[in-house]
Design a protein around this ligand. Sequence first.
Ligand SMILES: Cc1cc2nc3c(=O)[nH]c(=O)nc-3n(C[C@H](O)[C@H](O)[C@H](O)COP(=O)(O)OP(=O)(O)OC[C@H]3O[C@@H](n4cnc5c(N)ncnc54)[C@H](O)[C@@H]3O)c2cc1C
Length: 288
Amino acid sequence: MRDFDFHEPESVHEASRMLADLGEDCRVMAGGTALMLVMRQRMLSPAHIVSVARIAALRGIRFDAAGGLRIGALERHCDIERSAVVRQHYPMLAAMAGQVANPQVRHQATIGGNLCYGDPATDPPSCLLALGASIVLASSRGERVLAMEDFLVDYYTTAIEPDELVLEIRVPPPAANAAGHYTRFRRTAAEHRPLVNVALAVQRSGARCHAASLVVGASTPVPRRLARAEERLAGQTVTPDIAAEAAALAAQEMVALSDARGSEAFRRHQARVAAERTIAALFGLAAA
Ligand SMILES: Cc1cc2nc3c(=O)[nH]c(=O)nc-3n(C[C@H](O)[C@H](O)[C@H](O)COP(=O)(O)OP(=O)(O)OC[C@H]3O[C@@H](n4cnc5c(N)ncnc54)[C@H](O)[C@@H]3O)c2cc1C
C-alpha cells in the first residue's frame, strides 16, 4: 500500500475545507471496511485520507413524530439494529441492519460508508429506498438533500461529488397503518452478502393494501422501486394469487445483473421467490 497522509478533522467545516483543498488525490474514510480493502488491492492509492471518525455531528440516531428519523452517517449497522427508536418505528430497518454481513462488519462499518460505496450486493440501500429515505450531503459549497433514488445512480456509482460528505440519512415518519418486511437471499450460507434482496413498505388495513413501495436490490445495478408490482398490490385485498402475480411482475420488471455470482435467469428466479415470500410474510399468507 502506498504511503498516505492521515487527517482527522473534528468538524464538518474543517473536513469540507480539507476535501476542497486536497482535491482528487484524497479519500474520506469512516469505518474503513471497504476503503482499506481496495487500497490493499491497490485499486486506489490516495495520497491523503480524511478520517471523519472524530466528527461528532455525524453521530446520533434521532426520531420525532413530525420529522421522522435522522441517522448520522457514522452510525454503524449494529447501532441501527439496536436503536430503540428504529426498532419501535421502523422495525424493517432494524431487522435489515441485524442481517448485514457478520458481527465484525456490523460493529465497524457505517451506514454512510455503505451508501457511498455504491456496491450493489448490499442491504441498506433497498430498505432505505422502500422507506422513502433521503440523504444529506455537505461540502464547502453548502448542503443539499437528495432522494435515495437520485443518490443511487448506477453500479458502484452514486451522486456524491469528491468534495462532499454524507452528513445523515433521513427517513420520513411512518404512516399510522405502515408495515414493512425485508428479505435477503444468500447464494450459500458461507457468503455474507445478499445475492438478491426485497424490501416492501406498505400502508394497509389487515389484508387490504392501500399503497406499496416494493424494491428489488443486490441482483440489480442499483436498487429500484418496481411500479408494476406495486400497482398489482395497491388497492387490493392481498391473496396468495395476487402475491404471486406481483412477484412475477417484479422479476420481469427488474434490471437484472448477470455475472459470476449468478446468471440473469437465476437472479430473476430468486427475486421472484424472495418477493413472493416477502409479500406473504407481510400479509400473513401461507409461505410461498
Ligand atoms: C466481509 C464483508 C462482508 C460484507 N457484507 C455486507 C453485507 O452483507 N451487506 C452489506 O450491506 N454490506 C456488506 N459489506 C459492506 C459493508 O457494509 C461496507 O463495507 C461498509 O458499510 C462501508 O462502511 P465503512 O464505514 O467501513 O466505509 P469506508 O470503507 O470507510 O468507506 C467506504 C466508501 O465510502 C466513502 N465514505 C465513507 N463515509 C463517508 C461519508 N460520511 N461521506 C462521504 N464519503 C464517505 C469512502 O470515501 C469510501 O469511498 C461487507 C463488507 C465486508 C468487508
